[in-house]
Design a protein around this ligand. Structure first.
Ligand code: SAM
Length: 241
């Protein structure tokens, strides 16, 4: 159960609304054990016991801390031209299962989904909740942040300034080297890919100029969500700690 605040052993806490709802759905009873994750101070997980099942709020007593990690050995930060409809939900859920470190939704020149303002913020909150649910399902105990939606050019200007992490962009252009040949000894990297309509030539040129490596996933044109998950699988599976 996700509880994104610092905890102490022995403490009795009222769970936040989403967590309370989740415990109610699981039909837990006073005395039942559960695991809390999301403590920003201690990381890992807390053992806990349900003490009261209120109508709205579930109360638990916090037990011992368990310093367990289930992150891949390589942190992959993903920036993606958001696909429309439920495809982005699917991408966020599966990327979280695979251990993505963070997700940056982008609006690019060819994006079908052109979110901004309040609608964008609502969607991001929804995707963040999808990531929490995926962690609860798969045992990940660090929820990847889903960052606010950014326009491609703004994002690239900021990303270019942060040269600490090697970056690759998924490209269908001739000459892009296979992703699995990307010489990557870093423990963290960034990957960016286009929406349904792909990147424009100008966007690919801007990425190259900013030092991003074009990499390929083969000759087939994969949907955005398939390409994102394939890249994550290549970069994280085998790199689990
Ligand atoms: N018609 C678009 C085009 O030609 O660019 C197709 C875009 S594809 C549906 C969405 C994104 O997934 C692309 O912009 C690219 O970043 C990535 N992608 C899809 N298949 C790929 C592949 N085989 N190799 C590398 N990247 C790929």
């Amino acid at each position: 159960i996700h509880h994104p605040e610092a905890l102490q052993p022995g403490q009795t806490v009222a769970l936040p609304p989403a967590a309370s709802r989740h415990v109610q759905v699981l039909r837990l009873q006073p005395g039942d054990a559960l695991t809390l994750f999301g403590d920003p101070l201690h990381g890992g997980e807390w053992r806990a016991t349900v003490t009261a099942m209120g109508r709205q709020t579930v109360t638990v007593q916090v037990g011992e801390h368990v310093a367990i990690e289930r992150e891949p050995a390589r942190a992959v930060h993903l920036a993606v031209g958001m696909p429309a409809n439920e495809r982005m939900d699917w991408l966020v859920e599966k990327a979280t299962e695979l251990g993505v470190a963070s997700i940056q939704p982008l609006v690019t020149a060819r994006s079908v989904l052109r979110l901004s303002g309040e609608r964008a913020d609502k969607k991001v909150a929804h995707w963040q909740a999808v990531a929490v649910a995926a962690c609860e399902q798969c045992g990940g105990n660090r929820v990847p942040p889903v960052h606010p939606v950014r326009a491609f050019a703004d994002w690239l200007a900021q990303a270019a300034a942060d040269v600490a992490l090697p970056g690759a962009f998924l490209s269908l252009a001739a000459g892009a080297r296979p992703l699995h040949d990307w010489p990557l000894d870093a423990a963290a990297c960034r990957v960016v890919l286009g929406p349904e309509g792909g990147f424009t030539d100008a966007e690919e040129a801007a990425l190259r100029a900013a030092g991003w490596q074009p990499v390929s996933l083969g000759a087939r044109v994969l949907r955005t969500e398939t390409a994102a998950l394939t890249a994550l699988a290549v970069l994280t599976v085998g790199a689990h700690g």
